[in-house]
Ligand binder design. Structure first.
Ligand code: B12
Length: 631
C-alpha cells in the first residue's frame, strides 16, 4: 500500500464565462478539507481554477487528487480526473454534483465523498493507509470487484466548531494573489425554493458556528492572511437575525470590518437596527435572492416572497446606504418575454446596483430537477457545463428556449449599459462604475464567443425546425389561413383572428360539416359512411378540398388527443381526397390546436406559426400579446 504524502485539491472552473468570471469567490470545501488534511500531516496544495491555473507538474506529482465540482464545473473535474488516473494517481471527488449523481461520478473517479466531507475524507485516507475498512465509511462511494458501491449517507455535521478554520494560505498558483475569502457561519436553509439544491444537500434546519468562532475566523483571515474582502457564503446570512446582530456587533467592537458581502433574504429589511449594524460593519453589498418580480413565478418557486417585499427591501437597504446585488431567476412556466423585460426595467427603475439574471436551470439536487426527470421533461443540452444559469437547457411553458436565451442575456446587457456606467461616474461612484464596466465587457465577450454563438444558433435552428414541423410543406405564399367556423366565436378563434391579422394574414372561416357535396340528397345520404369518424374524415377532406390553393394552413381546434385522431382520421381523409382528385392541388397543412390550450402553450404555437410568415420575432411577439389579450 503506497503511503500517501502529497494531496492536491482542485476546485474546477466553469466551461463557459459566467457573471462571476471576473469577480470570482472560492467555495470553502477544498480549502477546508485541505486544512484538515494539512493538520493531519499531509503535504497539501489547493487550486481554485476560477482564481488561477493549476500547476500541472504539481498536480501530476500528487499521491491523491481531490476534485470539487458543481454541476456546471463537473466537465472540467472529469477532464482532470482522467489526466490524474492516466498518470496512476487515485482520484476522490466531492461537492454537490457527484453527491446527487454518484453513479455518473464513479465512472470518472476512484472514490466519491457524498455530502459533507470533513469526516469522510479523513476516514478514506485511513482506509487508503490500510487502517480502516472502507465498507464502513458513511458517505463514501467506491469500486469493489468492478462494482460501484455506495455506502449509507453520513448524517449532517452537527458541531461545525469542530472544523479548523479554512486556511487560504494553502491556495497555490494565481489564486494566492487574490485577497478574497469565503466563510460560512451556518449551513442549511429553512426555505425550500424549487430551483435550489441546498435543502437537499445541507438540510432544512440551520446548523451554526458559535459567534466567537465566527469572529475568530474573520480575525484569522483579516489579520493573518491580509484578506480584504469577505464573502459570507451562508445561504441566508439573516436566517437568525439575533445571531447576525451578535456577529456584526462583534466585528465592530473588534475592529474586524473588511468590506464584505453576504447572501440575504428580504426579511432583513424589517429590522432597521440590523441594517444599521450592517452598514457600521462595512457591508459592501447585500446579495439578495429576489428571484422574480412575477408573483406567479415567486409562488411557483415557493419563495415565500411578494413583489412588495422586494420593493421594501430595496428601499430599506438603500436608505442605509447598503448596495444591492439583485439575483433573479428567469424562465419559469409562468414567465414570458414581457416578464424578462419588466424585470430589467424594474431593476433599472429601483436603481439596483448590480444584478444577475440567471436562466432557470433544473440543477441536480433541486426539486425542479426531480420533477423534470419524473415528468420526462426534455433537457435541451446533455453538457453539464450549460447548467450554469447562462444557457436555456429546458422548455418553459410560455416562452421558447431561443427567446429565453436571447432575452435574458439581452436584458443583462441592457442593464449594464454605457448610460448606467456614466450615471455611476456622474455620482462619483467609481467602484460601481468599474463593476458595471467589467460586467458589460464580460457579457460582450460572452455574446461574442463562438461557443455561445453556436449554442444560441442551435436554439434558433431548433425553433425554426419546430415551426417547420408544425406547418409541414406550407410555404406561407398564400398569406391566408383557415380556421374552422366553429372556432370563430371561441377565445381561440379570436386569438387566431387577431394574431394573423396583426401579421397581415387573412383569416378565412371554414365550415367543417355539411361540406360533403350532395350530402343532403337522399340517395347520397344513404351512401354516407355510418361511423361519425368516417363522416368527420369526409367533412375534413371536403373542407380541405374547398380550401385548395387558397390558404397555407387549416387551423383545426380539437379537444381530443391529435395523435390518436391523426392515426385514425388522416388515412380516411387521404382516401376521400383521392376520390376528390385533390392530389393535383396544393392542400393547406392541418395545424391542430388543443381547444383547451393554456395561454403559454398558445403563445408557443403562435410563435412557431408566425415564423411561417416573418422572421421578425418582435412583431410575432407583439401579435401574440394582442392575440392573447383578445382571447
Ligand atoms: C459560495 C457559492 C458561490 C460563489 C462561489 C462559486 C464557486 N467558486 O464555484 C458564487 C457566488 C460565485 C457562486 C456562483 C454560482 N453558483 Co454557487 N454557491 C455558493 C454557496 C453559497 C456556498 C459554497 C460553499 O462554500 N459551501 C460551503 C462548503 C463547506 O461546502 P462545499 O464547498 O460544498 O464543500 C463541502 C462538501 O461539498 C464536500 N466537498 C466539496 N468539494 C469536495 C471535494 C472533495 C475531494 C471531497 C472529498 C469533498 C468535497 O465537503 C466539503 C465540506 O463539507 C453554495 C451553497 C452551499 N450551501 O453550499 C452555492 C452553490 C454551490 N452554487 C450553485 C450554483 C448553481 C451556482 C452558479 C452555477 C449559478 C448561480 N447560482 O449563480 C454560479 C456559477 C458558479 C461557477 N463557478 O460556475 C449551486 C450548485 C448546485 C449544483 N447542483 O451544482 C449551489 C449548491 C447553490 C444552489 N442554489 O443550489 N456560488
Amino acid at each position: 500500500m503506497k503511503r500517501i504524502k502529497k494531496i492536491v485539491f482542485v476546485e474546477t472552473k466553469s466551461a463557459y464565462l459566467h457573471v462571476y468570471s471576473h469577480v470570482p469567490f472560492p467555495r470553502i470545501g477544498s480549502v477546508l478539507l485541505g486544512t484538515i488534511l494539512r493538520d493531519r500531516g499531509y503535504d497539501v496544495s489547493v487550486y481554485i481554477e476560477e482564481l488561477g491555473a493549476v500547476d500541472m507538474q504539481d498536480f501530476l506529482s500528487a499521491d491523491l487528487v481531490g476534485l470539487s465540482a458543481l454541476t456546471s464545473t463537473v466537465p472540467r473535474a472529469y477532464e482532470l480526473a482522467r489526466l490524474a488516473r492516466r498518470a496512476g494517481i487515485p482520484v476522490v471527488m466531492g461537492g454537490t454534483h457527484v453527491t446527487f449523481l454518484p453513479d455518473e461520478g464513479l465512472d470518472e473517479a476512484d472514490y466519491l465523498v457524498r455530502g459533507e466531507g470533513e469526516e469522510t475524507i479523513v476516514e478514506l485516507l485511513e482506509a487508503l493507509e490500510g487502517d480502516r475498512d472502507r465498507s464502513a465509511i458513511r458517505g463514501l462511494s467506491y469500486w469493489a470487484d468492478g462494482e460501484k458501491v455506495h455506502n449509507q449517507d453520513r448524517p449532517l455535521k452537527t458541531n461545525l466548531d469542530d472544523n479548523p478554520i479554512a486556511d487560504y494560505s494553502l491556495l497555490r498558483g494565481g489564486a494566492k494573489r487574490i485577497k478574497v475569502a469565503s466563510i460560512m457561519t451556518a449551513r442549511g436553509c429553512p426555505f425550500d425554493c424549487s430551483f435550489c439544491s441546498v435543502p437537499t444537500f445541507n438540510g432544512k434546519g440551520s446548523r451554526a458556528h458559535s459567534v466567537d468562532r465566527v469572529l475568530e475566523e474573520i480575525a484569522f483571515n483579516v489579520r493573518r492572511q491580509g484578506i480584504d474582502y469577505l464573502f459570507f457564503a451562508d445561504d441566508i446570512f439573516n436566517v437568525n437575525r439575533k445571531r447576525m446582530k451578535e456577529i456584526l456587533t462583534g466585528m465592530i467592537d473588534n475592529k474586524l470590518t473588511p468590506r464584505w458581502g453576504a447572501q440575504v433574504r428580504h426579511e432583513l429589511s424589517r429590522d432597521p437596527e440590523l441594517l444599521e449594524l450592517m452598514k457600521r460593519a462595512n457591508c459592501g453589498r447585500a446579495f439578495v435572492g429576489f428571484e422574480s418580480i412575477n408573483q406567479q413565478t415567486l409562488d411557483l418557486f415557493n419563495k415565500h416572497e411578494t413583489v412588495e417585499n422586494i420593493e421594501h427591501a430595496i428601499r430599506a437597504l438603500h436608505q442605509h446606504d447598503i448596495k444591492i446585488h439583485g439575483m433573479f431567476v428567469l424562465g419559469s412556466d409562468e414567465d414570458s418575454v414581457e416578464t424578462i423585460r419588466q424585470t430589467q426595467d424594474f431593476a433599472r427603475r429601483w436603481n439596483i446596483d448590480s444584478i444577475q439574471f440567471m436562466i432557470l436551470t433544473p440543477i441536480p439536487g433541486s426539486r425542479d430537477y426531480a420533477t423534470f426527470v419524473k415528468q420526462g421533461r426534455e433537457f435541451l443540452s446533455k453538457h453539464w457545463g450549460h447548467f450554469d444559469g447562462h444557457h436555456a437547457v429546458h422548455r418553459p411553458a410560455g416562452i421558447t428556449p431561443y427567446e429565453l436565451q436571447t432575452e435574458t442575456i439581452g436584458a443583462m446587457r441592457r442593464f449594464y449599459s454605457w448610460g448606467s456606467i456614466f450615471n455611476r461616474l456622474a455620482r462619483r461612484d467609481f467602484y460601481d462604475a468599474g463593476l458595471k464596466f467589467t460586467a458589460k465587457r464580460l457579457l460582450r465577450s460572452w455574446a461574442k464567443s463562438n461557443q455561445e454563438q453556436e449554442y444560441v444558433t442551435s436554439l434558433k435552428e431548433q425553433l425554426y425546425e419546430e415551426s417547420k414541423q408544425l406547418v409541414g410543406a406550407a410555404t406561407g405564399s398564400l398569406k391566408q389561413v383557415a380556421v374552422t367556423e366553429l372556432a370563430r366565436s371561441t377565445p381561440l378563434g379570436r386569438a387566431m383572428e387577431t394574431f394573423f391579422s396583426e401579421l397581415g394574414i387573412k383569416v378565412l372561416y371554414q365550415r367543417m360539416t355539411g361540406t360533403a357535396r350532395r350530402e343532403n340528397e337522399p340517395e347520397h345520404a344513404a351512401r354516407r359512411p355510418e361511423s361519425a369518424e368516417a363522416r368527420r374524415a369526409e367533412s375534413v377532406a371536403h373542407a380541405l378540398h374547398a380550401l385548395r390553393n387558397q390558404v397555407d394552413l387549416l387551423i383545426l381546434p380539437i379537444k381530443e388527443d391529435w395523435e390518436k385522431v391523426k392515426e385514425h382520421l388522416l388515412p380516411q381523409i387521404t382516401r376521400h381526397l383521392g376520390k376528390l382528385d385533390a392530389q393535383r392541388f396544393t392542400l393547406p397543412n392541418i395545424v391542430q390546436v388543443d381547444l383547451n390550450s393554456t395561454s403559454q402553450a398558445l403563445r408557443q404555437l403562435l410563435t412557431k406559426l408566425g415564423l411561417l410568415y416573418t422572421d421578425d420575432l418582435e412583431r410575432i411577439r407583439a401579435a401574440c400579446s394582442k392575440a392573447l389579450a383578445s382571447a
